[in-house]
Design a protein around this ligand. Sequence first.
Ligand SMILES: [Zn+2]
Length: 331
Amino acid sequence: MTAAPLDTSFPKLELHMHLEGAAPPAFIAGLAREKSIDISGIFDGHGNYRFRDFDDFLKVYEAACTTLQSPEDFYRLTLAVLEQSAKHGVIYTESFISPDFCGGADLVAWRAYLAAIEEAADEAERRFGIMMKGIVTCVRHFGADQAKKAAHCAAETAGNFVVGFGMGGAETMGRTADFAYSFDMAREAGLHLTSHAGEWGGAEMVRETLHHLKVSRLGHGFQCIDDPDVLQEVIEKGIVLELCPGSNVALNAVPSWETHPIEKLRAAGAKITVSSDDPPFFLSDMTYEFTQLAKVFGWGETQFAQVQDIAVQAAFCDEDTRATLAKRIAA
Ligand SMILES: [Zn+2]
């Protein structure tokens, strides 16, 4: 290995990162100034995002998104985010991109935004050596009808860049079964599937999500540990958990790093990966996540190599890309 796991240059894969959620606060504040939008209330005295709890986090997130109004804004956002990720050794990132924040889930608008995001991703790959793929995401608390529009955008633009479909937002709102139509549409278009579940909704939400949405990965999903039957199902089906411990601690989904079940899940045989979710909101990045895992759970090269291997296998990319990634992390 060329770098130790805790070096920023250690090559990493990240499967769970929201593009707007990764927006550096200074970038969003700059856009707000350019457009004379007053969102000063979402920042603290240090210029970081400020929120009280998960509901407030979603409000601050959406307020930040009001500054992102054009494909050009998303071009700049994508470049800024990927430059940040590359500084922490990320060589491959699957980023959630949301048609709802890109022209209101209108297909014609979405195509223009997506083209700008892709162009920036190509530029970032040339300049920073990081590859990005997109997972088109619906927002659960916007409702099932709006989700269908996002799924339609995903299905119409599925291909080399858009490789997956997923769902974020407030997990405890709405009925999971109501979103099955959208996930079916995406699956029929050849997209891989993931959904946030088991961060707030308990093990039962994990069970429902696997049953109704038939996803191969779960965003977070760690609450499966609270029900032995659900945990067993996750392990037997080889469901991959996109764990983001720093996010869970910052949002109080778990009380502390020490009580996060990531190591218990790994030891139980669940397929776990590590991501940073919305890094600047949680004052996190991939180096920080890895450093905490080493400090709190004693992870070393074996555990980091294991999660990286799982991430390579679970990535929604094509097989040629997977082979390239496997070589890069083994180099
Ligand atoms: Zn997330």
